[in-house]
Ligand binder design. Structure first.
Ligand code: NDP
Ligand code: 2IT
Length: 451
């Protein structure tokens, strides 16, 4: 059997054993297939990864914590939610990754997010391992007091597993600066110490860093700028569609507009708004951040804008598509529509928003595709700067942090390009990101021994 075939066979065997071990964990297995599907050329060079069971080791979390989160609503009714923290891999540094509060949260979703986070964090070049957590709690319609009580109960159990050298959470869907404040406050109270570096995404007034709030969306726009530059293009005058209207979407829109792109649509889980004159970001911020309302209100307040509660946002003609809501929101049919309408770049602001079939369709049509673990790494990269700032008890300016973010996104882009070229698939950002992230993690896993 040729070296190549032997590698493919051993890779297939490893993936099969991971599938058998994690039956039914659809999202997690999708993420595993997506990453390990890129690795044949690097494994051919490094067969010791098979002998040392590196694939099996990386895909098995170091620790999985599942806990009860009891809390009382404003009427005194008791609710029980399920909390999670998957401490996936600490070869490169303490576990690092966000917390998601959404009713869909389950172990498979937290594991897929934690698995992605390992390689994303490696790509940032910062000394951070991978983890993720959250709860199946639905924050929609909950009062501020209810959110506070939930966060306090969640942290009362989780605090014993956290620490600036152990595990450092941050935000994700349903967890923003307000929730980080309540979580940090409860940790501070229980631990009886002001340990700023135990969580990131804090308000700059109490230990956070400027730009963290904007970082994922800004970083995505900076990454897209690099992708377009490869094609001798810029964002100037490009029509852009952004899904979602939360943290990532909002600041992606802001930076794309600053770079003179024209964003014509955004969405939430009720539907999407189309505004041919360009999305009015101040109105989006008023509705989503100030009023914590629904995006449909945008069309009621802005003349000429339309709200659609049916159909797909990806049917809108655009040059650049930025999925920034949630996993598997861009399916094969959506990819076909984007290709037919002449889209040139798709980059993931969300984690795993495009299905494997959708990515294949985009690749076949020659659309440049930026995977989340590279394109949305700006958020966690600035989290690492926040940890750095906390450890040195210093505070960077907005401009300095933004400059570093731009540098990091440039470096991640360059790594994807050079790695994809080196391993024989030039222009394939998925292979570039997966191989570069894996190599760094695998080398460290091997160096630290069988632990
Ligand atoms: P937010 O909670 O701020 O916003 C989420 C947005 O996505 C909302 O508009 C929400 O609409 C929409 N959405 C969520 N779930 C669904 C769903 N099942 N179907 C349709 N729409 C949905 O979260 P973020 O902006 O922080 O996160 C968005 C994505 O970006 C996630 O995939 C997250 O993992 C990823 N990400 C976030 C980072 C960060 O720093 N925050 C960093 C890197 C990646 P609705 O209000 O209707 O639920
Ligand atoms: O998916 C992600 O990278 C995040 N939600 C941010 C993680 C972090 O620790 O800042």
């Amino acid at each position: 059997m040729s070296e190549k075939n032997l590698t493919r066979k051993r890779l297939e065997k490893a993936v099969e054993s991971i599938e058998n071990l994690n039956e039914g964990q659809t999202e997690f297995l999708q993420a595993v297939r997506e990453v390990y599907g890129s690795l044949a050329p690097v494994l051919e060079e490094n067969p010791e990864c098979f002998d040392q069971k590196v694939l099996e080791r990386i895909s098995e979390p170091e620790r999985q914590i599942i806990f009860r989160v009891p809390w009382q609503d404003d009427n005194g009714e008791v609710h029980i939610n399920r909390g999670f923290r998957v401490e996936f891999n600490s070869a490169l540094g303490p576990y690092k990754g966000g917390l998601r509060f959404h009713p869909s949260v389950n172990l498979s979703i937290i594991k897929f997010l934690g698995f992605e986070q390992i390689f994303k964090n490696a790509l940032t070049g910062k000394p951070i391992g991978g983890g993720k957590g959250g709860a199946d709690f639905n924050p929609r319609g909950r009062s501020d007091d209810e959110i506070m009580r939930f966060c306090q109960s969640f942290m009362t159990e989780l605090y014993r597993h956290l620490g600036e050298n152990r595990d450092i959470p941050a935000g994700d869907i349903g967890v923003g600066t307000r929730e980080i404040g309540y979580l940090f406050g409860q940790y501070k109270r229980i631990a009886n110490q002001y340990e700023s570096g135990m969580i990131t995404g804090k308000d700059p007034e109490w230990g956070g860093t400027l730009v963290r709030n904007e970082a994922t969306g800004y970083g995505l726009a900076y990454f897209v700028r690099e992708m377009l530059a490869v094609q001798d293009e810029t964002l100037e005058g490009k029509t852009v569609v952004v899904s979602g209207s939360g943290n990532v979407a909002t600041y992606a829109i802001e930076k794309v507009e600053e770079l003179n792109g024209r964003v014509v649509a955004c969405s939430d889980s009720d539907g999407y708004v189309y505004d041919s004159s360009g999305i009015d970001l101040e109105l989006v911020k008023q509705i989503k951040q100030v009023e914590r309302g629904r995006i449909r209100v945008y069309a009621e307040r802005k003349e000429g804008a339309e709200f659609h509660d049916e159909g797909s946002i990806w049917s809108i003609t655009c040059d650049v598509a930025l999925p920034c809501a949630t996993q598997n929101e861009l399916q094969a049919d959506d990819a076909k529509a984007l290709v037919e309408n002449g889209c040139m770049v798709v980059a993931e602001g969300a984690n795993m928003p495009a299905s494997i079939e959708a990515i294949d369709i985009l690749h076949e049509a020659g659309v440049a595709f930026g995977p989340g673990k590279a394109a949305n790494a700006g958020g966690v990269a600035v989290s690492a700067l926040e940890m750095h700032q906390n450890a040195s008890r210093d505070a960077l300016t907005f401009d300095e942090t933004d400059r570093r973010l731009q540098e990091i996104m440039k470096q991640i882009h360059a790594t994807c390009i050079s790695t994809a070229r080196q391993y024989g698939t030039p222009g394939n950002y998925i292979h570039g990101a997966n191989i570069a992230g894996f190599k760094k993690v695998a080398n460290s896993v091997l160096a630290l021994g069988v632990i």
